[in-house]
Design a protein around this ligand. Structure first.
Ligand SMILES: CC(C)(COP(=O)(O)OP(=O)(O)OC[C@H]1O[C@@H](n2cnc3c(N)ncnc32)[C@H](O)[C@@H]1OP(=O)(O)O)[C@@H](O)C(=O)NCCC(=O)NCCS
Length: 299
């Protein structure tokens, strides 16, 4: 079974001291240091879970012992397996043809991986803008979507429904950008999504959305859309592999499997010594920034 779709609910994970210190020992030192620098616990937790998801995937699905996995980032930040490149059944053959990607936002971290296709994943929680009204928020975001996409977003119904449609489009756009590994600097007006009239429902994957790039339909791209909980949109972009001859037939649509913390670390083995100060610093962090309007005064 080649498709991997895993999710972890970071929003309800309150790591114990031993969980946090063990997790920190099981990731590469530079990632541990990067995560240690986050101001808020929410960001540190989702980045930590992201690393554990990646390593679990490489270990369990690619068959590489945890301690031998070396992940690096492309110049634009996309993680890839730097070593070892030839493993298990792929020994002596082509380098492993897996593609994988990670997203963390709202209450979840998600990983999607596929063999022989380019993969990008994005998750977006529908939430009210922190400091502006919905129309003002949309005005600031004007350039992210085409006129057609805005017409779909703004005719979605109530403000909440419009925001949900906005984040659905956002996840789609990001999933494509992430599949091709670009990140910032892509003209988002070049890509336009056309959704089907059928709504997304929890527990089902929909693959009806079409993408137009520079006004031409990209028939080789598939977008798997699903909901995690009631308010998180997830999009998985699946595109033709950059190596000719590697693209298989489209994979069966796969729902996300929710993992527990013990699932995340079942194959893990420590790479570094325990660092008690890492917990002390984590424990001091506030969970998340206070959003404007959340502050309540007691008199
Ligand atoms: C990384 C990027 C592609 C997405 O970041 P994001 O949506 O804030 O964050 P996500 O949680 O979805 O993804 C972050 C993860 O993607 C991966 N990633 C980083 N750079 C990447 C890239 N260039 N391509 C693909 N994946 C990347 C990493 O695993 C990262 O997590 P980590 O740093 O903890 O390992 C970023 O460059 C970006 O924000 N682009 C914005 C483009 C834009 O304007 N979008 C508006 C859409 S309408």
């Amino acid at each position: 079974m080649a498709s991997v779709r895993w999710a972890f609910r970071c929003g309800s994970w309150t790591p114990s001291r031993s969980e946090w210190l063990f997790a920190a020992r099981c990731i590469q030192k530079e990632e541990k240091d990067r995560i240690g620098q986050f101001v808020f616990a929410k960001d540190a937790k989702s980045a930590m879970v992201g690393r554990l998801l990646l390593r679990r995937f490489v270990c369990e699905r690619m068959g590489i012992p945890w301690s031998e996995i070396r992940l690096e980032r492309s110049p634009r930040g996309k993680p890839y397996l730097a070593a070892p490149l030839k493993v298990g059944s792929d020994l002596g053959a082509e380098p492993v043809a897996w593609s994988f990607n990670l997203s963390h936002q709202g209450d979840y971290a998600v990983l999607a991986a596929e063999k022989g296709m380019q993969v990008g994943v994005d998750i977006m929680k529908t939430s009210m803008p922190g400091s502006s009204s919905v129309p003002e928020f949309f005005r600031i975001m004007t350039r992210q979507f085409t006129a057609y996409e805005w017409s779909v977003i703004q005719s979605a119904g109530s403000e909440h429904q419009q925001l949900a449609m906005f984040y659905r489009h956002w996840a789609l756009k990001e999933s494509f950008i992430k599949a091709i590994g670009i990140g910032l600097g892509f003209n988002l007006q070049r890509v336009e999504f056309h959704l089907s009239a059928e709504p997304l429902t929890q527990g089902r994957v929909q693959c009806l959305t079409k993408m137009y790039l520079d006004d031409e339909e990209e028939v080789d791209w598939i977008f798997e859309e699903s909901m995690l909980g009631a308010d998180h949109h997830v999009a998985v972009a699946l595109g033709p592999a950059d190596k000719p001859g590697l693209s298989p037939s489209p994979p069966p649509a796969t729902t996300f499997t929710l993992l527990s913390f013990s699932d995340l670390i079942t194959s893990a083995s420590p790479l570094t010594e325990e660092d008690p100060a890492y917990w002390d610093s984590f424990e001091m962090k506030a969970e998340a920034p206070q959003r404007q309007g959340d502050t309540q005064t007691t008199q």
